[in-house]
Design a protein around this ligand. Sequence first.
Ligand code: PMP
Length: 405
Amino acid sequence: MALFDKYAPLMGQFESLESTGYNPFNVSFDRVLSPTEGVIAGRRILLLGTNNYLGLTYDPDVIDAAVAATRSLGAGTTGSRVANGSYGGHRQLERHLADFYGRQHCMVFSTGYQANLGILSALAGKDDHLILDADSHASIYDGSRLGHAQVTRFRHNDPDDLDNRLRRLADTPGDKVIVVEGIYSMLGDTAPLREFVEVKRKWGAYLVVDEAHSLGVLGRTGRGLAEAAGVEDEVDFVVGTFSKSLGGIGGFCVSDMDGFDILRVASRPYMFTASLPPAVVAAVTEALNQLRHRPALRQQLMDNARRFHAGLGDLGFHVGPEASPVVSAIMPDPKTAFAFWTRLLEAGLYTNVSLPPATPKGLALLRSSVSAAHSRSQIDHALSLFADTGRELGLIPAEPAIPTW
Ligand code: PMP
């Protein structure tokens, strides 16, 4: 038996996608022209699937900060945060994030994925319990396994089910740590945080909220869902990423928990990997500054999100329940999702195909993400391409309903 035989079914699927010439899981961009336009296979493409929520990747000040940091500090740190890889910039970014969240402590990780790995594995050990929303991101599941905690899942966004699970665990020893997300990355729905907080208080559990998709998107100052829901005081740990609204790479956790800094020497995904390069640290620090001082970006983002979400709904697509920058059209099956994605790309529009196990309830999704940088005419153009493709594939009625966008 060959080493990769275990992947035979997956390989079959991958190869059949490759043979079509358009594999959504193997796209490469020749060039990126702006937060909303790129070149794929020599053709100019409108980008509607890049999580670049505030469009800060091409901000001149962000780029200048990255270039200046590279010139003065070099291309990489070549070491871990606990050895030679902590520069003044890492510490400064941690201070800025702690200040933004009004918290005492912050740790910066090299990716958002590692932030979840590092925090969840270190918070909950063998005798503790992690209670996860069933639709949690892979990094939350992987972080749970890394720490050997007992893992319990509750039904997605269901406070009653969470309550039941905690009741059943009430007599077992060990700490109970609930983990939920702000905006869920597949359907763009948000957690019922106020209700979760009541359950958390009732059972004396801790609460971690991953605001990966809601930082810079929700809340009066852009801190995310906990701010929007008015429950920040009840959230013990906020995890987030730099790879979406902040346009870079990296992750963080902020908290007021006494003794938090012990995690710097207890969290393996923090210790045993190299730290972020100076360019990234400087770019993210400047992007955070812009996030804080340009609330109009958030307004623009949500205007675009509402327009696109309502537009797809009016056309007759099945979309997620809430208008958020993540807008997914539910496809009848993976084959149709691939066909839809391919036709959109041929027409000049880039989106994402999302399939199980990454999606909830085994759904096949054509996932879009909207940016503050999209113009109204780009959003409307994308809607017209969705309309044409949806009709060609028989997914929506031939005659449009009266549009509300
Ligand atoms: N948490 C959630 C909810 C995510 O959606 C993602 C990435 N899509 C991550 C964490 C990981 O972040 P990163 O890609 O920045 O490592």
